[in-house]
Design a protein around this ligand. Structure first.
Ligand SMILES: [Zn+2]
Length: 471
């Protein structure tokens, strides 16, 4: 998706923190062990195991034992008739970073500063304990550092450097040599992943993927526009993840199930996984025809008021609306459901990502929307949950630490009041979360959200998009 943040206004870098290679958080967990008693554990291992009425001990931020000895002193959480799932992972998010309305020299304070805790609260309150930022910049390292050193409560964060061709967004590369060099610099700066973007030319695209593989970095992305009439040629070794089902739609002609199967086959043969981001297309299609649903959204209050104002008052999808565009996006939204069915049929791993940051797509809340849409498209609740836990952890290379509930793994969980295997909507019935070994009950999560919403509402007038952008 394009242009959802700050348009031509310069992203302003004022804090230089580089080379933070590690995205595991330092321990800021409570000192007492935590025992979750009599809980039903949905381990999300493969095959999935459910351990009923179990006692789980968390110590030093890790799972010490399941049904083992209980510590003499511990914080006890009553898990009776409740369900424990691994912390959720969103593999496709965007987070805003500070910027100035007009270009300034880099020692000046930016005009628009985003409070890092405010950006992270919606993830935490929704049980999203790990994210992949797909258009990270140098400030993203600062955001991550704040979380790692315990100043901010937020998800584990993996960072991807975006590389585009032409005059596009992110880092630019228009020759194979530029592409390779950009990958090496990104590696040196501490990014873990490379995001490929739509404007890359064929040779540069291939060189970036080749160099990323040499540097031990996975690639994820758009399928560059140059492949539109020969999409199969974009599927080369080490193109690891398609960032949207929509990427296939660009090359679709018939929009039927057979065509969806053909696309799934291309991905399967190349061992490329897919993150459909159904919720993003759902919102885009919806806003193209009308802003009614967005205006009634109960979750946009948890987005920064500047973005709320942009979405409501300068909505690019709605502005460019026409009957043809409405029909086109509705067709894409319908086709992506066929694509999910086809990926499932051919066992192409499906990963849960939301494109949070796209207008209407709110951090944290959107992952539950995505889970519901995946089930609506034909996944079982268990398959949808795998896509947001174990499979995402595997793709990120973090499956030795997160993604399943097993002894010695990191203590990131969501405690639910109802069983999500019966009804996926139950992932929203959060009783509390543990992140990095620290417990937050429903009351404290609700309080965090209420404070955020109140703060956003109070400062709404300061952040009118059209006034600020015309300054
Ligand atoms: Zn995106």
């Amino acid at each position: 998706m394009k242009n959802y943040f700050l348009g031509k206004h310069l992203v302003f870098v004022y804090i230089l923190i580089i080379g933070l290679n590690c995205y595991s958080q330092k321990s800021n967990q409570q000192s007492l062990p935590i025992v979750i008693k009599n809980v039903n554990i949905i381990t999300m291992t493969s095959p999935n195991k459910i351990i009923e009425n179990a006692n789980l001990v968390v110590e030093n931020g890790r799972i010490k034992s399941i049904n083992g000895d209980l510590p003499k002193k511990a914080k006890i959480i009553n898990g009776k008739k409740k369900w424990l799932i691994p912390g959720l992972i969103d593999i496709h998010v965007h987070l805003p970073t500070d910027f100035s309305l007009n270009p300034k020299i880099t020692t000046q304070k930016p005009d628009i500063i985003f409070d890092v805790q405010d950006l992270m609260t919606p993830f935490i309150a929704n049980g999203v304990t790990t994210i992949l930022n797909l258009n990270a910049n140098i400030q993203s390292f600062y955001q991550r550092k704040q979380i790692e050193n315990g100043k901010i409560t937020g998800p584990r964060m993996a960072l991807a450097a975006l590389i585009d061709g032409g005059n596009g967004s992110g880092k630019k590369a228009n020759t194979p040599e530029e592409g390779k060099q950009t990958v090496r610099i990104a590696k040196d700066d501490g990014y873990e992943f490379i995001k490929l973007y739509s404007g890359l030319n064929i040779e540069t695209y291939k060189a970036i993927i080749d160099e990323a593989n040499k540097q031990g970095m996975k690639t994820v992305g758009h399928i560059p526009n140059v492949f539109q009439n020969e999409i199969e040629k974009a599927f080369i070794p080490h193109f690891n993840l398609v960032a949207h089902a929509e990427e296939f739609s660009k090359s679709a002609k018939k929009f039927d199930y057979q065509e969806a199967l053909n696309f799934a086959k291309i991905a399967k043969e190349n061992n490329t996984w897919v993150s459909p981001t159904l919720t993003a297309m759902d919102w885009i299609a919806n806003q193209t025809s009308s802003l009614t649903r967005l205006k009634a959204s109960k979750t946009i209050q948890f987005t920064h008021p500047l973005l709320q104002s942009k979405w409501l008052n300068a909505n690019s999808y709605n502005k460019k609306s026409s009957p043809e565009r409405i029909a086109y996006f509705n067709q894409l939204a319908a086709f992506q459901i066929l694509l999910v069915k086809a990926f499932k049929e051919l066992n192409v791993p499906i990963l849960a990502g939301t494109d949070a940051g796209v207008s209407g797509v709110v951090s944290g809340f959107s992952l539950h929307d995505e889970l519901e849409l995946l089930v609506h498209a034909g996944l079982s609740p268990e398959e949808a949950l795998s896509s947001a836990t174990r499979l995402n952890a595997i793709w990120l290379g973090m499956d030795n630490k997160i993604g399943t509930i097993e002894e010695n793994k990191l203590a990131d969980f969501v405690l639910l009041d109802e069983n999500p295997m019966v009804k996926i909507e139950n992932t929203r019935k959060i009783n509390g979360i543990i992140i990095n070994g620290a417990w937050f009950d429903k009351n404290s999560l609700d309080k965090m959200l209420l404070d955020l919403s109140t703060k956003n509402t109070k400062s709404r007038d300061e952040f009118d998009w059209n006034t600020l952008m015309n300054k």
